[in-house]
Structure formats: structure tokens, C-alpha cells
Ligand binder design. Structure first.
Ligand code: FPP
Length: 220
């Protein structure tokens, strides 16, 4: 598999179960993301895309929104050296002009510093699939599907073969609408902060089985 995408859902419930503020759930979610990146690399995956903040998430409480923004900017600052050392390219998709100018500048600097890495971490921020398609349509001068795909935020990134959603919800929630045309989905009740190596392995195994079945049917 070249590209795995994840809807990291359930941080809030993870925190509530422990009588902790929701933001602690997001913090634990950021740690789970760190671990997931390592599982992906070890499995030979080249791209990991995660849904960190949707266009809808702006409707959450001011406290939660500003906490999430702080978490993101902290992630960018604290991870810079590790990402460079581990040859991880950082890339953001979404309506980045919605973000503060400071955060936009931090993102652009990190993208520049990590360009050409062997593994790519794509973070969807103020992201909505329909919004991305509308912005691409405004840039599109006509042509083929491939020409249109080159107008999307994900230009140059292969489509994800598998999309995982945690916490038991079974919706796409406006994530990678164009790019998921042929993606497999894997849903698990596990809350994102609890997503560990065993859960990752289960998702990979389920994907491999589906690939094998497809292979059989097509006589490949
Ligand atoms: C969904 O859980 C999760 C989010 C809206 C935020 C995801 C963000 C992170 C994991 C932060 C780390 C990201 C980076 C790039 C540092 P929810 O709050 O909707 O959970 P709930 O459905 O249980 O309330």
C-alpha cells in the first residue's frame, strides 16, 4: 500500500470517559498520530493523510478551536528536527487561508524545510472535500480527470488505497471526496488515542484480504 488515510475520530469521547478536558483527548490523539506514522513507515507505506481539522470544526467552542490550533502549532515547532532527520515531508491540505497568518507561515516554513522527504505526512486542516473540489474547479482550465486532480490540494499525491475511521462512526464526513473514488474503508470502534500497533495490523490484514479476493475474482 502506498497511501493510507485516517479519520482520527473519538478524541473527545476518550477524554470524557476519563473525566478529562476534551483537549487532553486531542493531545493523546497527537501522540497516537506520531505512533501511527511509525507503523506506516515500518509497513512500507509512503503517504499518511490525517483529518486533523474540518471546515465544520470551526463551529466547536472557541476554547476547543484555539486549543487545537495551539496543539497544531506546537506539533509543527516541536517536530521540525525529527521530521527533517527522519526524512518526513510535511504537507497541509485544506483552506489554509482560514488559519492565522502565524500558523500559515509556520506551515509554509516546515513544508519548505521537509520538501522531498521519503515519507509524506499530509495533514488536512480546515479541510472539506467539497470545498477542495470547488477551489479546484475555479482553477481548472478544462481537460482530463488527471488535469482536474492536478488542481486539487493533493496534486502529485497518489489516491489513498485505504481509509480508516476510528470510534465506530461510519461516514466519510467530507474527507477526500474526489480521491476516495476507489478507496477501501476500514471502520473500528477503537477511539483514536487508543489506536495501537495491534489495531493497525488488523486494518492492514483486512485490507490485504480484500485485495486477495479482488485478485481472485479478476483472475490476476
Ligand atoms: C475528532 O475527535 C478529532 C479531531 C476533530 C481532531 C483531530 C486532531 C488531532 C488528533 C490533533 C493532532 C493533529 C496534529 C497534526 C498534531 P472528536 O473531537 O470529534 O471526538 P468525539 O467524536 O469523541 O467528540
Amino acid at each position: 500500500m502506498e497511501h493510507l488515510a485516517v479519520i482520527m475520530d473519538g478524541n473527545g469521547r476518550w477524554a470524557e470517559k476519563r473525566h478529562l478536558p476534551r483537549l487532553m483527548g486531542h493531545r493523546a490523539g497527537a501522540e497516537a498520530l506520531d505512533r501511527c506514522m511509525h507503523y506506516c513507515k515500518a509497513a512500507g507505506i509512503k503517504y499518511l493523510t490525517v483529518y486533523a481539522f474540518s471546515t465544520e470544526n470551526w463551529k466547536r467552542s472557541e476554547e476547543e478551536v484555539s486549543g487545537l490550533m495551539k496543539l497544531l502549532s506546537g506539533f509543527i515547532r516541536s517536530k521540525e528536527q525529527t521530521l527533517v532527520k527522519e526524512k518526513v515531508a510535511f504537507r497541509v491540505i485544506g483552506r489554509r487561508t482560514d488559519l492565522s497568518e502565524k500558523l500559515q507561515a509556520e506551515i509554509a516554513a516546515l513544508e519548505e524545510k521537509t520538501r522531498g522527504g521519503e515519507f509524506t505526512l499530509v495533514v488536512a486542516l480546515s479541510y472539506g472535500g467539497r470545498d477542495e473540489i470547488v477551489r479546484a474547479a475555479m482553477k481548472f482550465k478544462g481537460g482530463t480527470e488527471a488535469d482536474f486532480a492536478a488542481c486539487l490540494d493533493t496534486a502529485g499525491i497518489p489516491d489513498p488505497e485505504l481509509i480508516i475511521r476510528t470510534s465506530g462512526e461510519q461516514r466519510t464526513s467530507n474527507f477526500l471526496l474526489w480521491q476516495s473514488a476507489y478507496s477501501e474503508y476500514y471502520f473500528t470502534p477503537v477511539l483514536w488515542p487508543d489506536f495501537d500497533q495491534a489495531e493497525f495490523d488488523k486494518a492492514m490484514e483486512s485490507f490485504a484480504k480484500r485485495e486477495r479476493r479482488k485478485g481472485g475474482r479478476l483472475g490476476r
